[in-house]
Design a binder for this molecule. Structure first.
Ligand SMILES: *Cc1c(COP(=O)(O)O)cnc(C)c1O
Length: 394
């Protein structure tokens, strides 16, 4: 594909500038992100057994970097009955991919395309009167989930504005403009099960439900729990759980073993012997204390290896863990092979499920002082994706 830029000097000047599109990633010679949907299937089944409520598969941010349509279809085939995304655009992409399950989108600007959302049967979370009005103006028949802030001061309705929101929504429901089919909240500390903020959040949610009923609303779907609360706090389950991280193998509560789906590999580009005293990378943050052999990998922070992990990170090559040395650059990283050697083209495993001793996503997260979510959603567009389907339905 090429792009034509407008040329102000068109009438007399040179031919228009033709900008070639970016080269696609090469899955034969470059870094590869392997996605095992069997893991997503197994994790979905685990969640389906951990709650009597429905399971919403949260596939925002391209399914936490695993490919939204494929992760969604896999989850739906293995026990999920709903899909959840942040933006309307993400929801429309699921419809374009041929997925017909109920979809909830929970965070959109007031001027978002609510008509498109209603037309393609996306449920919409609403957290204030401005958004309620925008949705009601966009068309008849919107399906709305009122969203209460249960303790994060983020995207839910402030508790002191909740009763008015419920009454306004009920009026629109009575007029036949929309239907309030759900109520949602979200817990900010569910990864620490005995944090008192969890019981406070549950209490606020129960209070909000009482206010909604007092306004005449009877939302059949009531959902508060995400991954961690679903695994550790049955009192938070209500009628549905919204599961994102858990579907792709991350449990913020560290209570339940789940299956990792991603393996990131890269081929060695080159190796070289260096003498004692050789400085590596920007800032010369690592200096060889002995003669050694270095290998170059074509992956950097633009591809999702956090620069913050530079001094701690490891990869697996030839069956052994190897230190990443020097700063991770935008496009490349250097590893120390010690006395060993490697041939160009040999494949290093950056992270994976751990079966061969390769680093886990959780290790990359701790080397980078972050959470697994940021690692899996951060893999760059230059990395080729390969997806293994989950196999048969349960
Ligand atoms: C991302 C998100 C979820 C999913 O949370 P996990 O902990 O990843 O399961 C659920 N609800 C809301 C509102 C979210 O933003």
């Amino acid at each position: 594909m090429t792009l034509l830029l407008p040329d102000p000097a068109r009438a007399t000047g040179p031919a228009p500038l033709v900008v070639p599109a970016a080269a696609p990633p090469n899955p034969r010679t470059g870094p590869i992100l392997q996605v095992d949907l069997g893991a997503v299937a197994a994790n979905t089944r685990t969640f389906a057994t951990r709650t009597t409520g429905a399971v919403m598969a949260v596939v925002k941010a391209d399914g936490f970097g695993h490919g939204a349509p494929a992760a969604a279809a896999t989850a739906l085939a293995h026990g999920a009955s709903w899909l959840g995304v942040t933006s309307i655009g993400e929801g429309l992409a699921l419809r374009d991919a041929g997925l017909h399950a109920p979809v909830l989108s929970w965070l959109n600007p007031v001027e978002a395309d609510y008509a498109a959302a209603i037309g393609r049967r996306l449920d919409l979370a609403v957290a204030d009167l401005d958004h309620l009005e925008a949705v009601s103006r966009a068309g008849i028949g919107a399906r709305v989930h009122l969203h209460l802030d249960t303790g994060m001061a983020r995207d839910g309705c402030a508790p002191d504005a909740w009763a008015a929101l419920c009454r306004a929504a009920r009026r629109l429901e009575v007029q036949g403009v929309l239907r309030v089919v759900g109520m949602m909240g979200h817990l900010g500390c569910a990864d620490v099960p005995d944090d008192p903020a969890n019981s406070r959040g549950r209490t606020v949610f129960g209070w909000g439900l009482g206010q909604a009923r007092a306004a005449g609303l009877r939302p059949p779907l009531r959902h508060l729990a995400a991954t961690a609360a679903t695994l550790t706090d049955p009192a938070s389950h209500h009628t549905m759980s919204r599961i994102g991280a858990g579907l792709v193998g991350s449990d913020p509560s560290r209570s339940t073993p789940l299956a990792a789906a991603l393996t990131l590999t890269a081929p060695v580009v080159a190796t070289r012997r260096v003498p004692t005293g050789t400085s590596v990378g920007y800032g010369h943050t690592w200096v060889a204390e002995r003669p050694t052999r270095l290998a170059l990998l074509p992956l950097g922070y633009a591809d999702g290896l956090p620069r913050a992990a530079s001094a701690r990170a490891e990869v697996l090559l030839r069956g052994r863990r190897r230190r990443v040395v020097g700063r991770i650059s935008m496009d490349q990283a250097v590893i120390d092979l010690d006395d060993d050697d490697a041939a160009p083209g040999e494949v290093a495993v950056v992270f994976g499920p751990g079966g061969q001793g390769e680093p886990l996503v959780s290790e990359w997260a701790s080397w980078s002082d972050t959470i697994e979510h940021e690692i899996v959603t951060g893999i760059g567009a230059r990395v080729a994706r390969r997806t293994t389907p989950a196999g048969g339905n349960r």
